[in-house]
Design a protein around this ligand. Structure first.
Ligand code: CTP
Length: 405
């Protein structure tokens, strides 16, 4: 089904009686998964208050072009770039005329000129205004420029007339909006990915950790979003920006990571364990900084919980994917790990080789499942992430179908 997960929809509301329906448009866009921001023209604010649309969208409503405060928050160019779609609903005859003339005389028309995003327009006006040659010409001009129209519908109008000009129903408009995008292989699926290293405290200033950069896990999160998934990253400490549309939970230790992951499982379809979790932690964390003294000290370490095994054993078991970082006998150890941990799939990579794996830009992996083996040649982590997500999506869907039959 068409959806708008991970899509930014900028809704432009202009001043017609149908503006009251824009509240419903906001709600339905959100139901389809979109992040929604709203621009209102001066006329629109005569019909519905910005507060209503602000409360529904959860974001401040944008109204003025030359408002210093608003420009500091999210300026018109930023808004134009933010949008994956500019939806104009309702679009009055006046708005269509201003767009056709290429004017930039308020925030909405300026953003319409400045956005590289597709524009979908839902006309709403009196039937005679819609039939007027000026409006017909404007509509033709806009369509020729690539703007898509949804509606208008025919029927009884607010002014008492009957004919074409009514704004289409919100569900028709939102379906048309969703139909403009290809839905990815993971449309609407909920994916949780662990990433980065963990830190196991020794005392308030020291910890045991590893060289994991988190790049592979973050690239996977980005690829999952591109495939339409609702994506959560559970991340150890790394120096990376959280990709757009990814919900990120930051954790420190392996125990924190487990505590963050388990509550996510009832709402998780696919779990990908990409984190380099420390297998052991100090048996005791000293409350004060350990002072230099003895020539030798012993550290006693205890086993950490195995997060991916716990996930695979959970009553909410999602399709579970692990990584195997090995320095020798790569495929044998990886297969063994897949079986021991109860995984559906494992991504094996040889961490003994220079230039790939830990802390580098590239990787080279083999994806193993119980019935298939797929070697992916050396490539950037971003490229590989796309290929891994593709393989995971195909296998997870196959598994779900098998479960149903
Ligand atoms: N993993 C985990 N929790 C741990 C250890 C590992 O969830 N405490 C996950 C990793 O995220 C990875 C997989 O298990 O997906 C395999 O990790 P790896 O370090 O290769 O394996 P280990 O179980 O630690 O085994 P070994 O170190 O003996 O190779």
């Amino acid at each position: 089904m068409a959806h708008l997960f991970n899509r930014n929809v900028l809704l432009g509301v202009s001043g017609g009686i149908a503006a009251y329906k824009s509240a419903e448009v906001v709600r339905q866009l959100q139901e389809l998964g979109a992040d929604v921001r709203v621009i209102m023209t001066r006329g629109a604010r005569e019909f519905i208050t910005p507060l209503t649309l602000q409360a529904l969208s959860g974001k401040p409503v944008h109204t003025e072009l030359l408002d210093e405060d608003a420009e500091q928050g999210m300026g018109h160019i930023e808004l134009a770039r933010w949008a994956d779609l500019l939806l104009l609903a309702p679009a009055t005859a006046d708005l269509m005329a201003r767009l056709a003339a290429g004017r930039a005389d308020d925030l909405l028309t300026t953003v319409a000129l400045a956005t590289p995003a597709p524009i979908l327009l839902a006309p709403a006006m009196n039937q005679q205004m819609w039939r007027d040659p000026a409006t017909i010409t404007n509509a033709e001009t806009l369509v020729q420029r690539g703007i898509k129209l949804v509606g208008p519908a025919e029927g009884q109008q607010a002014c008492g007339d009957v004919g074409p000009g009514r704004m289409e129903q919100p569900e028709v408009i939102c379906a048309a909006a969703a139909g403009l995008f290809q839905s990815g292989k993971l449309a609407g699926k909920r994916v949780v990915i662990t990433a980065g290293p963990t830190r196991e405290a020794l005392d308030p200033v020291r910890y045991i950790s590893n060289h994991s950069s988190g790049k592979m896990g973050y690239a996977l999160a980005e690829a999952a979003v591109a495939a339409g998934a609702r994506t959560t990253l559970v991340s150890g400490p790394v120096n990376l920006d959280v990709p757009e549309h990814v919900h990120c939970l930051k954790v420190e230790s392996a125990s924190d990571m487990l505590d963050a992951c388990l509550p996510l499982l009832p709402d998780c379809d696919i779990f990908i364990a990409c984190a380099a979790v420390a297998d052991y932690r100090p048996a005791e964390v000293q409350p004060d900084k350990i002072k230099k003294g003895a020539e030798e000290i012993n550290l006693r370490l205890v086993r950490n919980p195995d997060i991916v095994s716990a996930v695979a054993a959970s009553e909410y078991r999602p399709f579970t994917v692990g990584f195997a970082a090995e320095t020798r006998d790569l495929l044998t150890y990886a297969r063994d790990k897949m079986r021991r941990k109860g995984l559906d799939m494992i991504v094996a990579n040889d961490v003994s080789r220079q230039g790939i794996g830990f802390n580098s830009e590239d990787n080279e992996v083999t994806i193993l499942s119980h019935h298939a083996e797929q070697a992916l040649p050396r490539a950037s982590k971003t490229t590989l992430a796309g290929q891994i997500i593709d393989a995971v999506a195909s296998a997870a869907v196959r598994d779900t179908d098998a479960g149903l039959s």
